[in-house]
Design a protein around this ligand. Structure first.
Ligand code: NAD
Length: 487
């Protein structure tokens, strides 16, 4: 318990197994969104630090112990890291909540176990990545080797700082790559701490490096660096497009997990009480700062009024509160800028003709913090900006539909394609609609479920490639074909 109350130590860069200051000596201050007060100073990586980290990661890959280690040993070390994350669960959850503003309930019960789950799950893959024997001719013995790519640059956003370390670093390391990870500038603390725990678990120096710093400086330098073989990126579609263009100069592989505006579709034959709960957690979990948030609620016209009334009642009960209180379910938005952006969208929505059925305002807690009420915008048309653009906050846009065809048409009439929900008791309809929705994930009678073993990623402007599950290992490995002449 004393550990969870300890003051937060200044954050350092983790390069080649050491906690170091930035070469420039620069630091930035990370701020608690619930109190608007500084948490601590953090070293700010610049191009020289990227150079140092990539050199260390390159050496650890090319000559170092990681790639040459027996896979069973890599497995043991990564599994140990999963255990250490669980053992330090209180400390990590507190850091995440202080840095991001999310409720401690979520950090402790969801983020910590999910991050650990990634290391436990992918540890198992270290010993199971195999090539194939492919009999193409009696004159040759032909087989493939599944090999790591080399140095992986991971660039991640602020909404799930700890989970993102698990999503990116665990499969990359399990496959034998080395990693340089840049956390988002707003939330660097848990990635730094997990890198320290990785050293304690036995991950050799240089294998997992963490560089807090600005996207436009440290992130950009990573994407341009010829010593980085792959960029795995999660963040906004705008930055993702820029990264893809920049990575082209060094022919880097890229995986892009980008934004979303996911439809959560409620048919009249659904268990409406369950769907109300699912719609609520679909948007307000993580304060709506969730790429897969069910931010467009499509409701069949015949149950629309009843459904929205229940939903609004539930939203009004969900009051913003101190994120460190275990009872809190709606925390603070990550920054003042994000709060202003979200409130700006509420204004845009009402100006476009939507009706405010719940929330819509800032609601400080103890006179402070970037808290926004759980908000429902009803009467939204799919063409409105609040229906088409990612708000990334606790704002739900409710849109009516007439039948399954209309629901699918509206669901797909959007540039994004990350996730979707379908609520119905009709099993045929559930499967048929799941097939027709353009999205990387479809939940039926559920929303916001994730597991290290289940692939996650987008279509259309939500990006390409997959995190998690066996699929993600393809993102961190390549195949070599070997021909042995037998004649
Ligand atoms: P962002 O795109 O602004 O930043 C993401 C990361 O990219 C940060 O670490 C940032 O420093 C870095 N970055 C910024 N400019 C860069 C540049 N020029 N070169 C290299 N790196 C750069 O996104 P954000 O505001 O941190 O996060 C919110 C966004 O992330 C939302 O759009 C959300 O949908 C998306 N997201 C997607 C998923 C997914 O799995 N699809 C998951 C979580 C978040």
């Amino acid at each position: 318990m004393t550990e969870t109350l300890a003051p937060v130590r200044p954050g350092k860069l983790i390069i080649n197994g050491e906690k170091v200051d930035a070469a420039s000596g620069r630091t930035f201050t990370t701020v608690n969104p619930a109190t608007e007060e500084p948490i601590c100073a953090v070293a700010e990586a610049g191009p020289e630090d990227v150079e140092r980290a990539v050199t260390a990661a390159r050496a650890a890959f090319d000559a170092g112990p990681w790639g040459r280690m027996r896979p069973a040993e890599r497995q043991r070390i990564l599994f140990r890291l999963g255990d250490l994350i669980l053992e330090h669960g209180d400390e990590l959850a507190r850091l995440e909540t202080l840095d991001n503003g999310k409720p401690i309930f979520e950090s402790r019960q969801i983020d910590v176990p999910m991050a650990a789950n990634c290391f436990h799950y992918f540890a198992g893959w270290a010993t199971k990545l195999a090539g194939e024997t492919l009999p193409v001719s009696p004159a040759f013995f032909t087989y493939t080797l599944r090999e790591p790519l080399g140095v992986v640059g991971a660039i991640v956003p602020w909404n799930f700082p700890m989970i993102m370390v698990g999503w990116k670093a665990a499969p990359a390391l399990a496959a034998g790559n080395t990693v340089v990870l840049k956390p988002a500038e707003l939330t660097p603390l848990t990635a730094i701490r997990i890198a320290e725990l990785a050293l304690e678990a036995g991950v050799p120096p240089g294998v997992f490096n963490v560089l807090p710093g600005k996207g436009s400086i440290a992130g950009e330098a990573m994407v341009k660096h010829p010593g980085v073989d792959k960029i795995t990126f999660t963040g906004s579609t705008e930055v993702g497009k820029h990264i893809m263009k920049t990575a082209a100069d060094t022919v880097k592989k890229v995986t892009l997990e980008l934004g979303g505006k996911s439809p959560n579709i409620v048919f009249a034959d659904a268990d409406l009480d369950a769907a109300v709960k699912g719609a609520t957690t679909g948007i307000y979990y993580g304060k709506g700062e969730v790429c897969a948030a069910g931010s467009r609620l499509l409701v069949e016209s015949s149950v629309h009024d009843e459904f929205v009334a229940k939903l609004a009642e539930r939203a009004k009960k969900l009051q913003p509160a101190d994120p460190l209180d275990p009872k809190t379910r709606l925390g603070a938005l990550v920054s003042e800028a994000q709060m202003k952006k979200v409130l700006g969208y509420v204004e845009t929505g009402t100006r476009e003709g939507a009706r405010l059925a719940a929330g819509g305002a800032r609601q400080p807690v103890n006179g402070k913090g970037w808290f926004v009420q759980a908000t429902v915008l009803d009467g939204v048309e799919n063409r409105m900006r609040v229906a088409q653009e990612e708000i990334f906050g606790p704002v739900l846009a409710v849109i009516r539909f007439d039948d399954a065809d209309d629901a699918v048409r509206k669901a797909n009439d959007i540039p994004y394609g990350l996730a979707a929900g379908v609520w119905t008791r009709d099993v045929k309809k559930a499967h048929a609609v799941a097939r027709r929705i353009q999205a990387g994930t479809v939940w039926v009678n559920a929303y916001n479920f994730y597991d290290a073993g289940m692939p996650f990623g987008g279509t259309k402007a939500s990006g390409f490639g997959r995190d998690l599950g066996p699929e993600s290992l393809r993102e961190y490995t390549q195949v070599k074909s070997v021909w042995i002449n037998l004649e």
